[in-house]
Write a protein that binds this ligand. Structure first.
Ligand code: 0L1
Ligand code: MG
Length: 263
């Protein structure tokens, strides 16, 4: 750990305020170049603690930067992990207010809910498959607090991996009824196909993202509890949206998730 408690608290307050005041900031490693990976996750944990203390309920975990298209888009080569809270959830087919966000982008995500705890190290795809209660589709709306999405991985992790909104829709299915690798996803923006991919775009298998999350938490002395909602990461690159845009994502065997962006 390179930063002391005072700096960690200061940076958590800084990013937390940027989120609630809907304003962008420069990446925090500009001022704290020595910040290490543990610091980045400690800042994220402190943001989570502050939000929970204000009554915001954490309702799930997320993996980000798990598809090769997304890593390429952002110029990074490893995933990151964060959390989602109840205030970020919006209904399927509903409206997302642009005035509450800085510069949102959408990501189509295959999500799971666990029925057993997962703990690393050594967690693998097989253990994850045995622990999946059901699979459900969602769209994540990311909104980096960093100006023009200019950041490095440590800054993004501290900023709770750009988490902002999410919409769960479609229908849930038992994992045995699906092939998560060949599960096709088509993302339409204003009625036109903007991106498409299959589940294997996520680290070869979406369950691999969950195993990486369990192993990451294991290194921090934590686990994924039973009953956890987990977003495995966008299958394609993220797609920028503006007021007036409609998004509809079709997930093979899982139905559709849609939303409209309004002023
Ligand atoms: O969910 C994600 O993949 C977000 C990762 C953070 C980087 C970004 O803002 O694109
Ligand atoms: Mg995502």
């Amino acid at each position: 750990m390179a930063l002391d408690r005072t700096h960690l608290d200061h940076l958590a307050a800084h990013l937390d305020a940027a989120r609630s005041e809907v304003r962008d900031v420069t990446k925090i490693t500009d001022d704290f170049p020595d910040m290490d990976w543990a610091d980045a996750y400690d800042i994220q944990d402190e943001i989570r603690r502050r939000q929970e203390a204000r009554g915001l309920r954490t309702v799930g975990l997320k993996a980000g930067l798990t598809s090769f298209a997304k890593m390429k888009q952002m110029g990074v080569n490893e995933p990151c992990f964060g959390f989602v809270s109840a205030d970020m959830a919006r209904p399927d087919g509903g409206e997302i207010r642009m005035s509450e966000l800085i510069h949102p982008k959408v990501e189509a995500e295959i999500c799971i809910v666990t029925k057993a705890a997962l703990r690393g190290p050594g967690c693998h795809v097989g253990a994850v498959m045995a622990a999946i209660d059901f699979v459900i589709p969602a769209v994540e709306i990311i909104d980096s607090r960093y100006r023009d999405f200019k950041f490095d991985l440590k800054s993004v992790i501290a900023d709770n991996t750009s988490a902002a909104r999410f919409v769960i829709g479609g229908r849930s299915r038992a994992v045995e009824a699906l092939d998560l690798r060949t599960l096709g996803v088509v993302l339409e923006k204003n009625g036109r196909i903007a991106a498409m991919a299959a589940g294997a775009a996520v680290l070869g298998h979406p369950a691999a993202a969950v195993a990486m999350l369990a192993n990451h938490l294991g290194r921090r002395g934590q686990e994924i509890p039973a009953g956890t909602f987990i977003m495995t990461g966008g299958v394609t690159e993220a797609i920028a949206v503006q007021a007036g845009d409609s998004i509809n994502v079709r997930f093979q065997d899982l139905g559709s998730v849609s939303m409209r962006f309004v002023e």
